[in-house]
Design a protein around this ligand. Sequence first.
Ligand code: NOJ
Length: 535
Amino acid sequence: MKSSPWWKEATIYQIYPRSFFDSNGDGEGDLPGITAHLDYVQQLGVDAIWLSPFYTSPNKDGGYDVANPRDVDPRFGNLEDAKRLIEQAHQRELRVIADIVPNHFSDQHEWFQAALSAGRGSKERARFHFYDGNTDGTPPNNWISLFGGPSWTQVEDGQYYLHLFDSSQPDLNWDNPEVNEDFEKTLRFWIDLGVDGFRIDVAHGLVKEDVLKNHSDPQGLSNALRLDVAMDPSKRNALLLTVPYFDRQGVHAIYRKWRTLFDSYAGRDIMAVAEAWVHPPENATRYVRPDELHQVFNFDLLTAEFESKALFEVIDRAITLNATVSALPTWALSNHDSPRVASRIGSEQARALALFVFGLPGSAYVFAGQELGLPDGELADSDRQDPSFFRTNGVIKGRDGARVPLPWSGETTPFGFTSAKPWLPISQSWKELTIESELQDPKSSLHLYRNALNLRKDLMTGSGEINWIQSPGHGDKGNSLLSYTRGTVTVIMNLSESAQECDIDGRLLAVSNGTVEGHNGKKVIPARSSAWFSA
Ligand code: NOJ
């Protein structure tokens, strides 16, 4: 049985609209393309879709550079299309989560254009972070952009504006009450149109401190050019601990206000999930205190090794820390900012980890294409569009590989995604990974996801805790097996390169790779595979 409210233990399918399905033959996915394929999404067994931004945008950062947050970009359709998509999703009992981007606007937003012409000292500039440079003409401080290079750009009259991301994404000044007023208007706009929740982009970044001071970086960590998911985690954590623009106390007052707004829609169960890269992990739980947001992304599985100790620690910590604020964790193996899990840890390992994670309490996020086992796309530098590629002169390849459009059907690329040239090339080697081809193969990743997600709905949600099985070597580095029980189900993962025998008495419900054999009264779990058993 599904627990209430809907978001508590949901499976949420992340759609990157540009890469899902192109309905009008321009090479890019769009909202009608999503609406036309909601049956596919429903049959996967998910509870909700999260749509990455589809708002008016010059698209310098995949739509996370928003020029009008209350309208749809023509490349994706129009507001009527958005409304239809939401209605059609609701008819299939799918909730809809919109992505809201409060840290910055696009430089094409009317506020920024007005700030440029209004000049220094104006109320228009006070909505952003505009400052004069130092007397020697250098920017106000030494902060680096997360996409590489300085986080300041100079305008014609000599002032600089702050942008933690691309220069086309000026950061908003959240000390200015007009900013929150405008965002509350945007939240209401989409709730009134029917959305059920929000994913909050850079939720940890809205409040900046010491904007006129240099970031003291004795270890020279920011010479790494950037602060992102591809960094060595220990360096990233060290930076996260010291940068004065992330995870400031002031952000929590904003989310308390937003929570009141969400709760004012009685009976709607509006939820919000924070994208908050913070360190130490305890700090993440502050975003999900009972009067703040509902969920916070746990990004640890995006970088954890496929190894027993690392996975045990990451999973156990997420459950334990969330429990301190009566929240449930979230689980994500892939998203539009990270290498796809099949490329990062291997395709069998990715299936095993997905099945293992789908049994856990909390919400599971699935990035469209993950259910097919898609790897990262192979791209030439000339295909790339990610601003981090350009801002680091190609040193960082960027995130386009995870954003290659979905292969739907047929024998040749672009596999039914579009009748035109797709905005990123789809490799011919994905022929066996199309939705059509996987639907015909009972051993496919798509079948595994469908089975597992439907079983998860029936058996796993609502029954609360898990108990780790303390078999010899449990949670030790390099141990072959990791296992837990939840209610009457036992979930076991064999992380090793060889089949492993284990003492489990029960009926096989699902296995991620290969088949489970019985031997001497024991079960044999194939290499790099997970299985679920019922008592
Ligand atoms: C996080 C988003 O997921 C990413 O795609 C984007 O580039 C940055 N925030 C900036 O908005």
